[in-house]
Design a protein around this ligand. Structure first.
Ligand code: FAD
Length: 386
């Protein structure tokens, strides 16, 4: 089957290029859980904190927030958790296979992750989340303060406990990995066309019009346009509550600090990842839509905190970045067929986990397109579930 990718910028040039590089296969908890909802008032009170919502955007965001709130009900939460765990299991198997086939396994880092807590109370509040992971056989080990220095030398003494997750993986650099996977696809015949696409018809094949004139015809179309996908899905009768959780980071030179594995600061909503190309510090969520200009004070605020957490960190020479996480209120992606056109498929809405889940999504879309039965139940990911 001949495949052509259309993108207005390039392959792996936008959100997928600058993320935190985690293959977070053990990260199965939906975002709308009680622990997080409890943190909301504290987080929202800090304008540069882990979560921010510009007041002017609140009216537009409200329907999504209500759905997010509902996704935290025990029944909805349990359903999302089970679906997420199934997708993660598939993602790990598919990623390992894809890395093998594409010759990219050298980019895989299997050092685990270290979550860090500043108080016994913060640690205790994390325990129900770890207990939920027990049900899916996810390995982790809580560590006392005297072991923290061995797992990450140079940490501030403010951290009193940690959790080490051995199955957490990272990649050398998400952009380089994305480009390498693309070269593999190209070697198997995939083609690339640059342009802003919109769909004019999905009858007797799909017609995609590119801004500026060119028209492309295809038998089938896959909409995988990140945080902009819902705009295209409207043409096929699907109104999907896709929002963007904008995230920020700074990438410092490799020499800025010797970080041994991904460090996670759950109370502050950001992570530090050692990449082959630098030290990436960032995360946080800004619910502010697709149009507002970036506020890089967020990147700086996390860098400042990182200096306090790793007192020897050299903060100079950084590159700031913002990306648009494509997020659905139940933390699950949309993987399935369009309502009004059975030759149109969707793969978007992976939120915080798009790198991690991409290989599973690719496999599932392949099965759908070829009319083969998928290895997991796709109903939790249905585009028509809202
Ligand atoms: C700060 C941050 C840290 C993150 N860390 C991680 C992590 O550690 N692990 C993880 O798994 N995930 C992480 N994520 C999430 C992950 O990066 C995203 O889920 C993922 O990049 C989404 O990929 P995508 O291909 O759907 O979207 P994108 O990478 O945004 O790609 C969408 C593409 O569609 C194009 N497009 C849109 N509309 C059109 C159109 N009409 N015509 C042509 N082209 C169009 C855009 O130009 C863009 O290139 C992070 C995200 C952020 C912001």
């Amino acid at each position: 089957m001949a495949v052509t990718v259309i993108d207005r910028t390039g392959v792996c040039e936008e959100t997928s290029s600058g993320n935190a590089a985690a293959l977070a296969f053990t990260d199965v908890l939906p975002l709308a859980h009680k622990g997080m909802l409890r943190q909301l008032p504290k987080w929202l009170a800090d304008p540069l904190g882990p979560l921010s919502i510009p007041p002017a955007y609140l009216p537009k965001l409200l329907p999504w927030l209500i759905r997010f709130w509902r996704a935290g009900s025990p029944k909805a939460y349990e359903a999302s958790l089970a679906a997420q765990a199934a997708l993660m299991k598939l993602a790990e198997a598919e990623w390992m296979g894809l890395m093998q086939r594409s010759g990219t396994k050298t980019m895989l880092r299997e050092d685990g992750s270290l979550e860090l807590y500043e108080s016994e109370a913060e640690f205790s509040a994390s325990l129900p989340g770890w207990a939920a992971r027990d049900r899916f056989g996810i390995a982790y080990r809580h560590v006392e303060v005297d072991e923290l220095a061995a797992l990450q030398p140079g940490l501030s003494p403010r951290f009193v406990k940690g959790t080490f997750v051995p199955g957490w993986k990272t990649v050398a650099d998400p952009k380089l990995l994305g480009k390498a996977i693309w070269r593999h696809a190209e070697a198997h015949g995939a083609a690339f066309v640059q342009g802003v696409g919109f769909v004019t018809s999905a009858k007797d094949g799909v017609t995609v019009q590119l801004r500026g004139g060119r028209t492309l015809m295809a038998r089938r179309l896959l909409v995988a346009a990140g945080a902009w996908s819902h705009l295209l899905a409207r043409s096929f009768g699907d109104r999907i509550p896709l929002e963007t959780e904008r995230g920020y980071n700074t990438t410092l030179p490799v020499t800025s600090f010797d970080v041994k594995r991904q460090l996670i600061f759950p109370g502050h909503g950001f992570v530090i990842t050692p990449l082959e190309t630098g030290l990436r510090i960032g995360g946080a969520v800004e619910l502010a839509g697709l149009r507002r200009p970036p506020n890089y004070a967020r990147s700086r605020a996390m860098l400042e905190k990182a200096r306090a957490f790793l007192p020897g960190l050299d903060p100079g020479g950084g590159r700031q970045w913002m990306g648009f996480r494509p997020s659905l209120p139940d933390s699950l992606p949309v993987i399935g067929r369009a309502l009004a056109a059975d030759n149109v498929f969707y793969a978007f809405g992976h939120g915080h986990l798009g790198l991690t889940q991409s290989a599973a999504t690719g496999r599932l879309i392949r099965d759908l397109v070829l009319d083969q039965s998928p290895p997991i139940d796709l109903s939790p990911f249905s585009p028509q579930r809202f």
